[in-house]
Design a protein around this ligand. Structure first.
Ligand code: HEM
Length: 229
């Protein structure tokens, strides 16, 4: 009997995807903690976490570079499943049903819902622009070669983009808490079929179709083995 026949769970995120995601998540949080003290003096005490103001100033751009590189790999992995489809537009139009938990009224949902896809695209916009604006200000490595007006523009853009990315991250974490079972998906990688059918019915159907095909192939294989002398 094949494992797929009885397995009550589905693989949602493989081990490399989870590792990438959590490395991006941790470095993103470190970036926020090391960036906020330079945004407003209210956050100055956070520099203590990184060994003082000078160390924080040195570390912030390196963490940013590290996070951006990992983010590229993660963005490639999530690209296909983040493309918008027709039913996603309908999902967004019914955002009041989403917020009121009227799941039965919502259109079918693929591996990711339109909200998750929006998070992906906003982050895909923010991270490269944060990197570019950050590099333009990076002193003494790059910054001194850059005209002062461009550096000032970069500094303003960096702050606005960081604000947008932080708000997006807060929404992302909140939806992870709101939709029970999401954290388990990103920690263990597997979700129950019931969870998949409830929250991502189109994805569930696709996975079931794969399972059916897989079972059919192994059944044919078994019967051919039985026929051979
Ligand atoms: C502490 C920070 C973070 C937490 C707690 C967190 C939590 C989660 C959880 C629970 C999921 C699984 C959702 C599901 O399958 O239903 C997820 C997925 C994902 N996360 Fe995060 N995440 C964090 C940071 C980030 C950051 C910084 C990025 C990008 C810059 C990111 C991008 C994604 C993407 C693209 C997915 C897949 C699609 C989606 O579910 O939105 N995450 N995250």
């Amino acid at each position: 009997m094949s494992l797929a026949k009885t397995d009550p769970q589905l693989l949602r995120y493989g081990v490399w995807t989870r590792l990438l995601h959590w490395l991006v998540a941790i470095s993103f949080v470190l970036l926020v903690l090391s960036g906020l003290p330079f945004f407003h003096p209210f956050f100055w005490s956070l520099t203590g976490l990184f060994g003082g103001p000078t160390m924080t100033r040195i570390l912030h751009p390196w963490i940013g570079l590290f996070m951006s590189l990992l983010f590229v790999l993660m963005a490639i992995r999530f690209f296909k499943e983040s493309l918008f489809k027709r039913h996603d537009v309908q999902w967004l139009k019914q955002i009041d049903d989403v917020l009121a938990n009227r799941d039965e009224k919502l259109p079918p949902v693929g591996k990711n819902n339109a909200g998750q896809k929006l998070v992906y695209w906003v982050m895909l916009l923010c991270v490269p622009l944060l990197l570019i604006s950050g590099v333009l200000m990076w002193q003494p490595l790059v910054g001194e070669e850059v005209p002062i007006t461009l550096r000032r523009l970069a500094s303003m853009g960096h702050a606005y983009l960081a604000f947008l990315a932080i708000i997006t991250l807060i929404i992302h974490i909140y939806s992870g808490i709101w939709v029970k079972g999401s954290f388990q998906a990103m920690v263990r990688g597997r979700v129950s079929k019931a969870w998949a059918r409830h929250h991502h019915d189109l994805w569930y159907e696709e996975e079931m179709e794969k399972e059916r095909k897989h079972r059919e192939i192994s059944r044919r294989h078994e019967s051919r083995k039985g026929e051979s002398p």
